[in-house]
Design a binder for this molecule. Structure first.
Ligand code: HEC
Length: 114
C-alpha cells in the first residue's frame, strides 16, 4: 500500500496554490515526506528496527500509518531544522518535507484573510 507520488505537482506549470484543500495534499505529501525521512531518520524513528529509540518513537514512528500524528506543532521547527541540516536527504526530498509540514501545520481554514 505504498502509493508513491509519481508526478504530482512536478510539472512545468506553476503549482496551483490550494490552501483550502489542505487535507488531501497533506496525505499525499506525508507519504513523500516519509520516504524522504526513512533513510536519514529511520534508524531511530522506526519501531521495526532494533536501533529504534523509545524517545524518538514517541515523537514519530515512520512505520505507523499516520506517522506524523504524534508530532506536536512546536516540534515541526526542529524537524525541519534537522531535515535541512541533513546531508543524507536530497534537496527535492527536503522540499517534500517542507511541503508536507506546510500542509499539515495549516489545517483547512474556512476563511482566508485578505
Ligand atoms: C540516532 C537516533 C536518531 C536519529 C537518526 C534521528 N532522531 Fe529524532 N530523535 C531521537 C530521539 C532519541 C529523540 C527524543 C528526544 C531526544 O532525546 O532528544 C528524537 C526527537 C526528535 C524530535 C523532537 C524533539 C526535537 O528535538 O525537536 C524531532 C522533531 C526529531 N527527532 C526529528 C528527527 C529527524 C527529522 C530525523 C532525521 C533527519 C531524526 N530525528 C533522526 C533520535 C534520533
Amino acid at each position: 500500500m505504498t502509493a508513491t507520488v509519481a508526478g504530482g505537482w512536478a510539472g512545468g506549470r506553476s503549482p496551483a496554490p490550494a490552501p483550502k484543500a489542505a487535507a488531501a495534499p497533506a496525505t499525499a505529501a506525508s507519504e513523500h515526506a516519509r520516504d524522504a525521512l526513512v533513510p536519514a531518520c529511520g534508524t531511530c524513528h522506526r519501531s521495526d528496527l532494533p536501533t529504534a529509540k523509545p524517545g524518538a518513537l514517541a515523537v514519530f514512528d515512520l512505520t505507523k500509518d499516520p506517522w506524523w500524528i504524534t508530532i506536536k506543532d512546536e516540534q515541526y521547527d526542529g524537524l525541519l531544522r534537522r531535515v535541512k541540516g541533513s546531508s543524507e536527504i536530497a534537496d527535492d526530498d527536503k522540499a517534500a518535507v517542507e511541503t508536507f509540514v506546510a500542509a499539515i501545520r495549516r489545517p483547512a481554514s474556512p476563511t482566508e484573510e485578505p
